[in-house]
Design a protein around this ligand. Structure first.
Ligand code: NAG
Ligand code: NAG
Ligand code: NAG
Ligand code: NAG
Ligand code: NAG
Length: 370
């Protein structure tokens, strides 16, 4: 009777046969492993738990039937991954269960429900889970076997991305803001926005949502401010912030403007410079280094959003984090401060970022003397 086609007549015969034979061992039984109808793959999120549902019945038997006293089950769950050997993750043989860490059966044995629970999922738990059941009687006769496969795909929410500036943000030039997350499955899509008060959302072609780049053209000072990048996929999102400070005008014009503006005080300024140079010889080390504690020149309230050059000829200025702080605190001559995490740019980075090497210390001196 083993593989008769499932016509109503043969089903009836099977039921009759099983009805007669379920009283003890020696039954000719065909085990059937089941998974929920239509289920062939599952999706889960890294860190969470998942249950791979599976149970067995005997052909023609009602699904809810209990384990028979004579049933001896051999159960194995394997994980198959592309390019790797098949790995056994759980086995139940002769009444003893053994498994990998984080893998267990949902129901204690004996049970016909052999669902597998995976706890604390990792991305590398993705793959094909192959379940095999073999049932025999206590004499080892009438063995019957069945198996099923379930695909598991473990998704990963985007890790915190890092925000970077490519290019020098001078008025009239172009720069690119870039954003990349180190980990995400499926691949993250990126979005750039400016948070309030300068709320702005960017769209292609300015935004490349796949690469995470935002191209800003013909910069103006009104484009200075905080920019936020959000990386997101179907299971989560993460963001980073950066502060863009658009530098006004090329260096030569600033110097010329400063000279014209300070024409009356030029002689005094020259004298100061001489004085500074003398002092500089005595204090050569500190004078040439931009020191952590060096107090930047006291400036008039910063003319945010305008091209005005401040009186002391500062070329550029930066708000260190926190981002939207009003421009009144000590300033640092750095063009841009990416702020993936709160914190100040190390002073050692200042020289690398092309801070005006000679003028800054001179300004410090002048600023504190004027
Ligand atoms: C077996 O257990 C799984 C997980 O708890 C459940 O989804 C499934 O419905 C159960 N099967 C039966 C036949 O009860
Ligand atoms: C900025 O981009 C525009 C348009 O793509 C281009 O015409 C211009 O040459 C670019 N300017 C600089 C300084 O690269
Ligand atoms: C850049 O902006 C300035 C001022 O907004 C404008 O006059 C100029 O035409 C712009 N240049 C380009 C190439 O768009
Ligand atoms: C980015 O800035 C927003 C406010 O504009 C803040 O809520 C968020 O915590 C910041 N994120 C990071 C990573 O600094
Ligand atoms: C169909 C089949 O193989 N039936 C066997 C089941 O096992 C008993 C002994 O336990 C045999 O007598 C049957 O022939």
């Amino acid at each position: 009777m083993v593989s008769l086609p499932g016509s109503p007549v043969t089903n009836l015969l099977q039921v009759l046969f099983l009805g007669l034979s379920t009283f003890g061992p020696g039954a000719c039984v065909q085990v059937e492993l089941h998974v929920p109808e239509g289920l062939s793959s599952l999706e889960a999120v890294e860190g969470e738990d998942v249950v791979l549902p599976a149970w067995y019945t005997f052909k023609g038997e009602r699904a809810a039937a209990k384990v028979k006293p004579w049933e001896v089950l051999t159960l194995m769950w394997f994980l198959e991954q592309k390019g790797k050997d098949k790995k056994q993750v759980l086995s139940h043989i002769s009444g003893a269960t053994s498994s990998e860490a984080g893998v267990s059966l949902v129901y204690s044995m004996p049970s016909r429900n052999v669902s597998l629970r995976l706890q604390g999922l990792r991305e590398k738990d993705s793959g094909s889970y192959f379940c095999s059941v073999t049932v025999q009687d206590r004499q080892g006769n009438n063995r019957s076997h069945s198996s099923k496969t379930l695909e598991l795909d473990v998704f990963v929410p985007p890790a915190p991305p890092s925000c970077h500036l490519l290019g020098v943000p001078r008025v009239g030039t172009n720069v690119t803001l870039s954003c990349q997350t180190p980990r995400s499955k499926p691949l993250a899509l990126y979005q750039w926005v400016r948070p309030p008060p300068s709320t702005q959302v960017f769209y292609p072609p300015t935004l490349d949502a796949i690469r995470g780049t935002l191209r800003l053209k013909n910069l103006t000072t009104s484009m200075s401010g905080v920019y936020t990048c959000r990386a997101s996929n179907s299971v989560g999102s993460a963001q980073c912030n950066m502060t863009l400070e658009v530098i006004t005008g090329p260096g030569a014009a600033v110097v010329a403007g400063a000279v014209v503006g300070a024409l009356v005080g030029l002689g005094l300024l020259a004298a100061l410079v001489l004085l500074c140079q003398r002092q500089g010889k005595a204090l050569e080390e500190p004078a040439n280094d931009i020191k952590e504690d060096a107090v930047a020149p006291r400036t008039l309230p910063w003319p945010k959003g305008s091209d005005t050059i401040s009186k002391n000829g500062t070329l550029s200025s930066v708000t260190s984090s926190p981002a939207l702080r009003p421009p009144q605190g000590p300033r640092r001559p750095v063009a841009v401060t990416p702020t993936p995490s709160p914190g100040r740019v190390p002073t050692s980075a200042l020289s690398r970022k092309g801070a005006v090497p000679v003028m800054v210390p001179a300004q410090n001196q002048a600023g504190s003397l004027v």
